[in-house]
Design a protein around this ligand. Structure first.
Ligand code: HPA
Ligand code: ZN
Length: 341
């Protein structure tokens, strides 16, 4: 292990952009298919991995929604979440705010409560096993209607004390944030925080809409903001957190090569960027693999890596007190592992 990978390995960090359905490893997909008697269109784990070659977001989503079909019972959701937290803990994640897509499940006849009970059981196990704290972000599928999002918000009503925020994911182009203006306002009235995927494939205008119409507390991806200098200045001025996902960007062809990834430029422009894994089972790595991929072949210093980790706590929905405690732990780590010169 290089000095830098060892430093990343132990660096305390929060993960703020990870879809729990995207952490379904092919091995677990097969065992759940067997447990539930579900047919999947693959004969082996190798065949599944070989199918993970995407040229854009939609290519990925088509296969991601198919994979989720093996998730049927509370136990399945618990096992999925517990497996993610085991991997996250091994990467020194101390806090995670995870997305889930209830419509992907309720549209297949799985009860909203089954999903919630399973995920919460996995989160509780993670806290006991690893001391990891976590929060849930309910994402609306933007290729579906706002009316369908409202129906999901109604199903979430009994669970609002266990849901921190709403988010917006799935096919971006053609489904601008403004389509969900009213349901995001309703979520805000219920005390939920708001995040949205914007500027992954969609234009900077979608980022403006996420800020001005959805009033997001955090922006997921946001890469294409860089095309609009006034927007960059605003994001920097407002210290809006961007949840950036380097390996996802590479696999979904948002960037042509990791060398072209703008994470370093984001930091130089004063943006509050963070590093996250998005859909780790599909994009080739968990959060530390994303830190390493971003750090390799570019000028990211240890100080930059600490800034990225600090940003992850600052941008989280932890209380000010909890943030301070997490950052104190990070600073102690950074102070104790100064590079040997
Ligand atoms: N973008 C949009 N929708 C998604 C993603 C993503 O990166 N991952 C899972 N759903
Ligand atoms: Zn995402």
């Amino acid at each position: 292990m290089t000095d830098l990978s060892a430093f990343i390995a132990g660096l305390p960090k929060a993960e703020l952009h990870m879809h729990i359905e995207g952490s379904l490893e092919p091995e677990l997909m097969f065992s759940l298919a067997q447990r539930n008697g579900v047919e999947i269109p693959f004969n082996s784990v190798e065949e599944v991995r070989a199918a993970y070659s995407f040229s854009n977001l939609q290519d990925f989503l088509d296969i991601y929604y198919k994979g989720a079909d093996v998730l049927r019972t509370e136990e399945d959701f618990r096992d999925l979440a517990a497996a993610y937290f085991d991997r996250a803990a091994a990467d020194s994640v101390t806090h995670a705010e995870i997305f889930f897509d209830p419509q992907t499940h309720t549209d297949r006849g799985i009860a909203f409560d089954t999903v919630m009970e399973g995920l919460i059981a996995g989160m509780d196990t993670a806290r006991e096993r690893h001391g990891i704290t976590s929060k849930l972000i309910l994402c609306f599928l933007r290729h579906l209607s706002e009316e369908a999002a409202f129906a999901t918000l109604r199903q979430a009503e009994p669970w609002l004390d266990r849901i921190e925020a709403v988010g917006l994911d799935s096919s971006e182009v053609g489904h601008p944030p403004s389509k969900f203006a009213r349901v995001f306002a309703a979520a805000a009235e219920r005390g939920l925080k708001r995040v949205a995927h914007a500027g992954e494939e969609g234009p900077p205008e979608y980022v403006h809409e996420a800020l001005d119409i959805l009033h997001v507390d955090r922006l997921d991806h946001g890469n294409r903001s860089l095309e609009d200098p006034a927007l960059v200045a605003r994001l920097a001025r407002e210290q809006m957190t961007l949840t950036v996902c380097p390996l996802s960007n590479l696999k979904l062809c948002v960037v042509g090569a990791m060398d072209d990834h703008p994470i370093d430029r984001m930091l130089r422009e004063g943006l509050r960027a963070t590093i996250n894994s998005d859909d780790p089972a599909y994009f080739g790595g968990y959060i530390n693999a994303n830190y390493r991929a971003a750090a390799e072949g570019r000028v990211l210093s240890r100080e930059d890596l600490v800034t990225l980790a600090r940003n992850s706590f600052l941008g989280s929905f932890l209380s000010e007190e909890e943030k301070a405690a997490q950052i104190a732990r990070l600073d102690a780590y950074a102070g104790n592992s100064s590079p040997r010169t």
